[in-house]
Write a protein of this length. Structure first.
Length: 553
């Protein structure tokens, strides 16, 4: 049995689960009017209410003990101080250094990396501001109207989510597009209405070898060359963000337009780096700074607060409580803010790529479950789709609800309606609807006794479905920075307790490797026989159909 499962805290939690699994939150709330006050935390304008979870004071105590037994405080220090905690890649994990505002040296391998981070930021800022101020001119002397970020995974999801979230802060006469899919329709649809003379590309790829990105970058270059007629001034239209300067230069990007990524920043944690160039172009350096500031403030909260007052720690512990003791498989992230419509997709990567691991830090297979399936959608849309399962399904899905208290624009009736859904849903998920309540409702509608008996079972809601609610004033860059950092650290804490490395991604690497091999096999019409019969069958069917179509033309 793993060490984790033998810790006192784990054993105590296992026992405690048996004692409280039949408690209903409705009763816990009725018994304790202070529950909200006790089980909620604040950070700046963010209120985190975790009172609608299946917990008691004892649960929290035991979960905190579990965190201490995992030596969480010392792991937090190891993270911030640049210890090489990504042991399978022998790398430090220092995305927090990218938003550090403290002016204290951040030493890695004996070198203070803070000056280099600052210098790179200055370079990015200079380019972004020139484009924003229309000083950066393209091949025909016209300013840039469209920026296209070509990248995938960590080089796409973060900046895309942030750009969408901060639309109200963006320039309106400068469009930022994101191309990630290797499916040609993505780049074709994007380029169709653009003018190469006023388009600026960012090739965002840490490795500069990812097939999807490199193919799209090549197609973008061909598009430019075919419409401009030569490679004249191509340097005015292409930039790269990468740790592979050599390959970027070979691609033809001018040295001054290549921005650095460091190996101590994982792709999914990279939006704070030059990968955020598209964001900086959209919202400007000042607002980008606010984003960093928000994340830094949260970093300080995470680093300095006692565990019981620490929001990411409490988020992580609740996740572990459900994951490992209730044996819950999934969790939902549900923003009630249209601008956060890519938030769940981004968090899906941060969480699932980080903690979707079955081997622990000692190289052994774990005997407990790790990262959950994370999914999500704009809350209101989810209500009209999958909330049915949240309310009455056979699976327990704890959910995070995020909502702004104030809207950017002032159509009060919209915002009031939005917020009433937030409150109503969390209450309904917690309380449910009892049989007497459901019966009363049907009687009030004037249904016959017979009809009521038939319908009643379907109208009962068990409740006791956990939600955690995050309320914040308005989605400013600063608040967004804090929210993202909150989730990053939650994932880290869970990784520490599960004793896994949250910062490698061998599963992603495998995909890259496999696709490259098969891609070579698709170059001709020869039948293949090197795979299992299903894969051979699929490949050969594709080849046959392709050759048939070709002959038809
Ligand atoms: C992120 C992952 C992965 C990566 C993409 C793109 O943490 O490593 O999502 O970001 O595969 O990789 P490149 O940036 O190297 O193209």
């Amino acid at each position: 049995m793993s060490r984790l499962k033998q810790t006192q805290a784990w054993l105590a939690l296992t026992q405690h689960y048996e004692q409280i699994k039949h408690l209903h939150m409705r009763d816990l709330f009725e018994e304790d009017q202070q529950r909200f006050a006790r089980f909620s935390l604040h950070h700046n304008d963010i209120l985190y209410d975790y009172s609608k979870n299946c917990i008691t004071d004892e649960t929290v105590d035991l979960l905190l003990k579990l965190a201490h037994q995992a030596e969480l405080p010392s792991w937090i220090e190891r993270l911030f101080s640049g210890d090489k905690i990504n042991h399978t890649e022998n790398r430090a994990v220092l995305h927090t250094a990218l938003r550090d505002r403290s002016d204290t040296p951040i030493v890695l391998d004996g070198v203070d990396i803070a000056p280099e981070i600052k210098a790179e930021r200055a370079k990015v800022t200079s380019l972004a501001e020139k484009i924003r101020r229309r000083e950066w001119r393209g091949v025909s002397g016209q300013p840039i109207t469209d920026v296209v970020n070509i990248g995938i995974g960590g080089s796409n999801l973060g900046p895309l989510m942030v750009n969408e979230a901060l639309r109200p802060y963006s320039l309106h006469d400068l469009n930022v597009h994101f191309v990630s899919n290797i499916d040609e329709n993505h780049i074709n649809e994007t380029l169709e209405y653009l003018d190469p003379k006023t388009t600026f590309f960012i090739i965002a790829s840490k490795s500069f070898t990812t097939q999807d990105t490199m193919l799209n970058a090549e197609t973008a270059r061909q598009w430019y060359l075919s419409l401009i007629g030569s490679d004249e001034q191509i340097g005015r239209h292409f930039s790269a963000v990468t740790s592979n300067t050599k390959l970027a230069m070979e691609f033809g990007i001018a040295g001054e337009n290549i921005f650095k990524m460091w190996d101590w920043v994982g792709g999914r944690y990279s939006l704070w780096s030059a990968i955020g160039l598209s964001t900086m172009i959209a919202i400007g350096a000042e607002q980008f700074d606010e984003l960093l500031e928000g994340a830094y403030e949260l970093d300080m909260h995470f680093r300095k607060s006692p565990l019981e007052q620490n929001i990411p720690v409490m988020m992580a512990l609740l996740g572990i409580w459900y994951n490992n003791f209730f044996e819950v498989q999934a969790t939902a992230v549900l923003p009630y803010d249209q601008y956060l419509h890519r938030f769940a997709a981004y968090m899906q990567q941060v969480d699932m790529e980080s903690n979707g691991k079955y081997i622990d830090r000692s190289g052994d297979e774990v005997d407990y479950t790790t990262g959950p399936v994370l999914f999500g959608e704009i809350g209101i849309s989810g209500q009209h789709a999958f909330f049915q399962l949240l309310h009455q399904g056979t699976k327990l899905v704890p959910a995070d609800i995020l909502a702004p208290l104030f809207s950017y624009r002032c159509i009060a009736r919209h915002h009031r309606a939005l917020m009433s859904n937030v409150f109503a849903q969390t209450e309904a998920l917690m309380r449910g609807k009892t049989e007497p309540e459901a019966r009363q409702e049907l009687q009030d509608k004037g249904l016959s006794d017979d009809a009521i008996e038939k319908l009643l079972p379907y109208k009962v809601f068990p409740g006791n479905r956990p939600t955690s609610t995050f309320l914040f004033d308005t989605l400013t860059p600063r608040t967004l920075g804090s929210l993202i950092a909150m989730y990053e650290h939650k994932v880290f804490v869970q990784g520490v307790i599960w004793n896994i490395n949250s910062f490698d991604q061998w599963g992603v690497e495998l995909g890259k490797q496999l696709a490259t091999t098969i891609s070579d096999e698709l170059n001709d019409d020869e039948q293949v026989g090197t795979h299992d019969c299903s894969t051979n069958g699929l490949i050969n069917y594709y080849k046959q159909r392709r050759s048939f179509k070709r002959k038809q033309k």
